[in-house]
Design a protein around this ligand. Structure first.
Ligand code: SAH
Length: 512
């Protein structure tokens, strides 16, 4: 990312982060997050969206548990100051920045200060929240208009500046934001304004987040129902005849991994391959990487091998990361995929093959079983005597493949392209594990099993109900040898295969 460059003019992006589900970020929001160097964010920005900003400087300006939020003037001045320092700033807000987000005030101050800014609208919780509960805000059968209001008030007294009577007369669906802690007052206002106490209402908590909950009722009983269910923050209220449509349309709980929490122990980077597949099935994913993929400290050996790559008969890529770091090295050395033209190319499995194909290389050989030993056997049967093979992998990675090739009389060079750095498990992740909140732990390598168990104090640190999913036999063998009972080994030893094995085992087929 770019650093502070005093001379250059800064810029501020006022970005809507959506209601929480990272899949609801806009493409422009993601582009902005990739291009800025500092993020100024609020309490309502979803935790998984925040994970995407890990490499950036982050400034929190939301409310703390016991403290007050940073006041609006100070936020405005902070944005101006950062921009005048030449920083590229993402001002990240929950939902849409201009729907009760005070984005308008920030934009006005930036304009006044002559700072360049761009507004990136977001998906508002007022529409997406009901949608995730199976409630369309309009529907030809039930509502032809909707309004979004706030029940927030400055001081004690009636809800500020809302003409409830006009609202209920003129509008079918009413979405109330910032109203869940004052639900009694909101209900009273609506009944006073003329709505029947049998009028349908829903309260949706943590919409689009893993813990989403909905309570439905009527104006007459919703306050008591929400209190019984201990509905907390953030939550929104939907009022109108669209609410009962959820009976047919509610879809979230039908996904096969709904209500299932999976801990993913691999470094998913920004793309979140495994997490993404699991989330799309409805799982709550706890990202608890035990290793992080990093560039090598000294890339001279890698660069030297890149410059002689065409001299090898075969080039083998032993992971997706190997592909990405080798291509970075090619670029650094002002080369590209054509450097591989004289060689035959092999990938350890379909994921790695796909990464090569994305870069214009179709591998000549992918073994049937996706483990390095079988790649060795497959290669040996293909090689002419005395072949030379260049294998790209992780620093300190497995050597079996090179050993197999050498003992078959070939010349094998094992060149690290990146390294895995051990990372400590976050205390919250460990606590979730120990408390039995994690239904499944997914392991994609032996080292991740070892590191997780080190942090948890051995297999006994995991409650007996925790189910274990492993990508392949080698990982499973390590898990068993350390005292874990492996619930499933992926039928196909890929991230896709692992995700679908978990889904098959964990999720009942939904009844439609
Ligand atoms: N700009 C935001 C709204 C900010 S006001 C948007 O467009 O969504 C804050 C209120 O929004 C909260 O008090 C709550 O009523 C609602 N809200 C925001 N995110 C929510 C979520 N994930 N689930 C339920 N309500 C949410």
């Amino acid at each position: 990312m770019s650093v502070v460059n005093g001379g250059d003019k800064g810029v501020v992006y006022l970005v809507g982060a959506g209601p929480g589900d990272p899949g609801l970020l806009t493409l422009r929001a993601v582009e902005v997050l990739r291009s800025v160097d500092v993020v100024v964010y609020d309490r309502l920005v979803g935790p998984q969206v925040l994970e995407m900003t890990e490499s950036l400087e982050r400034i929190y300006v939301g409310k703390g548990k016991d403290s007050h939020a940073v006041d609006q003037d100070s936020i405005n001045e902070l944005l101006v100051k950062l921009a005048l320092q030449g920083r590229r700033v993402c001002r990240l807000k929950g939902g849409d920045p201009f729907v009760f987000g005070r984005g308008g005030e920030e934009a006005a101050r930036l304009a006044e200060a002559g700072v360049d800014f761009e507004v990136v609208p977001g998906i508002t919780s007022a529409i997406a929240g009901p949608a995730y509960a199976g409630i369309p805000v309009t529907d030809r059968r039930a509502a032809s208009s909707f309004a979004c209001v706030t029940a927030h008030q400055r001081a004690d007294g009636p809800t500020r500046s809302i003409d409830w009577a006009a609202l209920v007369r003129g509008c079918d669906t009413i979405v109330v934001l910032m109203g869940s802690s004052r639900i009694d007052a909101v209900v009273a206002d609506l009944v006073d304004a003329g709505l029947a106490s049998s009028h349908p209402v829903a309260v949706i908590e943590s919409a689009t987040l893993p813990g989403q909950r909905t309570v439905e009722g009527t104006l007459g009983d919703i306050a008591a129902r929400a209190a019984d269910a201990k509905i907390g923050s953030p939550a929104l209220i939907v009022v109108g005849n669209v609410v009962p449509l959820s009976g047919k349309i509610e879809w979230l709980s039908k996904r096969r991994l709904h209500g299932v929490t999976v801990m993913v122990t691999r470094d998913e980077g920004a793309n979140g391959t495994l997490s993404g597949i699991l989330r799309s099935q409805g799982a709550a994913v706890v990202g608890a990487p035990t290793l992080r993929i990093q560039p090598l400290e000294d890339e001279s050996v890698l660069d030297a091998s890149i410059s002689r790559i065409g001299e090898y008969d075969w080039v083998v890529f032993s992971s997706i990361s190997a592909v990405s770091y080798v291509f970075k090295a090619l670029k650094r050395n002002r080369l590209d995929a054509r450097a591989l033209a004289p060689c035959r190319v092999s990938a350890i499995g379909p994921g790695t093959a796909a990464a090569l194909e994305e870069r214009g290389i179709t591998p000549d050989l992918i073994p049937d079983r996706f483990v390095s030993e079988s790649l060795g056997d497959a290669l040996v049967s293909e090689l002419r005597p005395g072949s030379s093979i260049l294998i790209f992998g992780a620093l300190g990675g497995r050597t079996e493949l090179a050993d197999t090739l050498r003992s078959a009389g070939h010349k094998a060079a094992l060149v690290p392209a990146y390294r895995n750095i051990p990372v400590k498990l976050e205390p919250v992740h460990l606590a979730a594990l120990e408390a039995g909140e994690v239904d499944w732990v997914a392991f994609t390598s032996s080292s991740s099993v070892k590191r997780l168990l080190d942090a948890a104090g051995g297999a006994k640190g995991l409650p007996p109900g925790t189910r274990i999913a492993c990508i392949g036999q080698t990982t499973a063998a390590t898990a068993e040898s350390l005292g874990l009972t492996v619930t499933i080994v992926a039928e196909e030893h890929t991230l896709d295969g692992l995700a679908s094995s978990i889904t098959k085992e964990a999720g009942p087929v939904p009844v439609s």
